[in-house]
Design a protein around this ligand. Structure first.
Ligand SMILES: *Cc1c(COP(=O)(O)O)cnc(C)c1O
Length: 359
């Protein structure tokens, strides 16, 4: 069945080798591999958990951790919940995640109480916001950070495991020596004021890995959390390819359901498209137009790159994708293959209408 998302397990493994060489080799960081973009596909998580360079497996959804917690623990790895826990999921967080990222004392108090009930110790990474303005206690509120760390450290069933920062997500702020050093400075203040040794200082996601080769990752950063870097081989700070990675470990294949010569400009008064956008059309004269049975419910049209460079993407509605195949020789029923950007990986992995396949 098409469309299908094809995950090449060997290429993904070799991409992990490549990012591990950078992060844990030259960077001296433990490796946390992030599985959310593939909905924590069990086969892929199995490969990741068995990879000797990976210490932590992380996801933003507790459902994804829950379905894989046995595989992860059987390989002696730790599972990490990246998104701040909801009050309504505390029981599962304590049961299935070994570590969670937190910024709210009230939530950590619930985790402590629940961990006591379950007879477990739960590890907490305290998030600090150094300017991207998503999660974390704002770095200028030093009193709040120290007080929160002190209170967590006093709890019986949670351990203050470390500090974390997230960047280049909401505010698109790029990690630098300076803003990551702010995090390290805060870590040292906490250690001095609270009398605790912080085991993990997690210095960001795939946008931080470029700092390793520049020699600009601060010394105390000892963990990186990588999703897109191993999925697509991207440094997401500046959009460069990471050395020795493949960009086609994940592809989408879709089938042609109509192939006709038609004009490139629609005829009649132009309103708005299926998503309320005013479309733009380039006049290419009469062209050979292919319709694929895949749409924006299954992918993001701006991050679908045809492997065949004779094909141009014209656009997509919910269930249809339009291509200009004038320069190529396709027929109805043929399969078109795409490399993907992050948005399309996420949507294709999430859509129940997209088959999942492996090679
Ligand atoms: C999604 C996420 C990551 C991974 O991001 P990539 O850019 O895919 O490497 C890391 N940390 C947090 C908190 C996340 O939410």
């Amino acid at each position: 069945m098409y469309p299908r998302l094809v995950m090449d397990i060997e290429k993904l493994r070799s991409n992990i080798d490549a990012v591990a060489e950078i992060a844990s080799g030259r960077g001296g960081c433990s490796l946390m591999i992030v599985t959310k973009a593939l909905c924590a596909d069990e086969k892929i998580v199995g490969m990741i958990a068995a990879h000797p360079a990976v210490s932590y497996i992380a996801d933003s959804r507790i459902q994804n951790i829950k379905k894989n917690s046995d595989i992860i623990r059987a390989e002696g790895k730790e599972s990490v919940l990246l998104r701040l826990p909801m009050a309504s999921e505390i029981e599962d967080v304590v049961k299935y995640a070994d570590i969670s990222f937190n910024s709210e004392l009230a939530t950590v108090e619930m985790l402590d109480e629940e961990a006591g009930r379950q007879g477990r110790t739960h590890k907490v990474v305290l998030m600090v916001d150094v300017g991207d303005l998503r999660e974390g206690i704002f770095f200028k509120n030093e009193e709040e950070i120290l007080e929160t760390a002190r209170r967590i450290n006093d709890m019986k069933n949670v351990e203050l495991f470390g500090l974390g920062v997230n960047l280049t997500c909401y505010g698109a702020i790029i990690p630098k020596y300076d803003n990551l050093s702010t995090l390290c400075g805060i870590a040292e203040k906490i250690e001095a004021a609270v009398g605790v040794k912080l085991s993990m200082i997690s210095g960001g996601n795939s946008s931080s890995i470029y700092l390793v080769d520049k020699g600009e990752l601060p010394e105390r950063i000892n963990n990186l959390r990588l999703g897109e870097a191993f999925l697509l081989g991207n440094d997401t700070a500046y959009g460069t390819r990471l050395p020795r990675t493949e960009d086609d470990a994940i592809t989408v294949e879709a089938q042609i359901i109509e192939l006709k010569e038609k004009p490139s400009l629609p005829i009649g008064e132009v309103g708005v498209d299926a998503f309320g956008q005013k479309p733009y059309y380039e006049d290419r004269g009469v062209i050979k137009r292919a319709i694929l049975a895949i749409g924006q419910q299954d992918m993001d049209r701006d991050s679908m790159y045809p492997v065949d460079d004779r094909i141009d993407v014209l656009g997509a509605s919910s269930d249809h994708m339009l291509l200009d195949v004038t320069k190529a020789d396709y027929k109805v029923g043929d399969i078109v293959t795409f490399k993907l950007g992050y948005g399309s990986v996420l949507k294709a992995a999430t859509s129940p209408y997209v088959e999942k396949a492996y090679k």
